[in-house]
Design a protein around this ligand. Structure first.
Ligand SMILES: C[S@@+](CC[C@H](N)C(=O)[O-])C[C@H]1O[C@@H](n2cnc3c(N)ncnc32)[C@H](O)[C@@H]1O
Length: 256
């Protein structure tokens, strides 16, 4: 077992120590991300050609194309929930009219990097990237509601109880005809992405920040929240190198 694996394994007990001290998942997750990305800067990132990973604009372009096919218009209000470094943000900011894009993320390092990345890659100035840690959506955007809300590679980094809280809050900011799109990792015992390693005969989850959802669990959450879902078949042909698409799914969620 290499050092990186050992470091990741140490995060499991650390998470429970956090819980004991009353710190929630978002705080713990934000601390991991801020630490992981603390040495990143835009110039080093731009020196590398990113076909894949979280700087791959092509992934953002694919998602933008999909959402335009699903009815996204230039004058729609758009929320990029968990905007990360801005890979999704750039194609959407370039497509949407001024002041229509809002990105939120709970990592202050990523919010800073996203702002730099976007500012250095588009001439548009009228968008917002907001730090959401310890904030409610209401405190960030007041009564504003959105036509389209995107959570790309976000649900799979949240435990089930958080997924419920996130969707419950986002429902309040979804217009009556609005649509939420998110991908998630479907639980399947054969999915190699579920497992990180086996150690002394025990199977250890892939990482402290990767989660899969059973279809029943997702359906239960959506039913509780009075939301309906449609699976997005086009997602199967997406090029996304982060994880095998085999067990990844995308859904569109609307008011029931
Ligand atoms: C894997 S990254 C994906 C970033 C971006 N959506 C993309 O596709 O490039 C997941 C991001 O979601 C953010 N995130 C996860 N849960 C969140 C929450 N409850 N509120 C805000 N941001 C969240 C994380 O901070 C992280 O930057």
């Amino acid at each position: 077992m290499n050092l990186t694996k050992i470091k990741w394994l140490l995060l499991f007990p650390l998470r429970y120590i956090f819980l004991l001290f009353g710190k929630d998942w978002r705080t713990f997750y934000a601390i991991i991300l801020n630490r992981q990305d603390r040495k990143l800067d835009i110039s080093s990132i731009k020196r590398v050609k990113h076909d894949t990973n979280f700087w791959a604009l092509d992934t953002g372009k694919q998602v933008k194309k999909l959402l335009v096919n699903k009815g996204l218009k230039k004058n729609h209000d758009f929320l990029d929930y968990g905007c990360g470094y801005g890979r999704m943000a750039l194609p959407f900011i370039d497509y949407l009219n001024d002041n229509k894009y809002i990105g939120v993320d709970l990592s202050k390092v990523r919010v800073k990097l996203a702002k730099e990345y976007i500012a250095s890659s588009t001439k548009k100035k009228s968008y917002k990237i907001l730090l959401s840690l310890n904030q409610t959506m209401y405190s960030l955007v007041k009564e504003k509601s959105f036509d389209f809300i995107l959570l790309y590679s976000v649900i799979n980094h949240n435990p089930k109880s958080e997924v419920y809280k996130i969707l419950k809050e986002l429902k309040k900011h979804l217009k009556p005809s609005g649509k939420i799109f998110f991908d998630y990792q479907e639980y399947n015992k054969n999915n190699p992405n579920n497992y990180f390693t086996t150690f002394l005969g025990f199977t250890i989850e892939r990482s402290v920040k990767d989660f899969s959802l059973k279809t029943d669990e997702l359906n239960y959450i959506l039913k509780e929240l009075d939301l309906k879902s449609t699976y997005i078949d086009e997602f199967r042909s997406f090029k996304d190198s982060i994880a095998s698409n085999h067990y990844k799914k995308m859904v569109m969620v609307e008011h029931a």
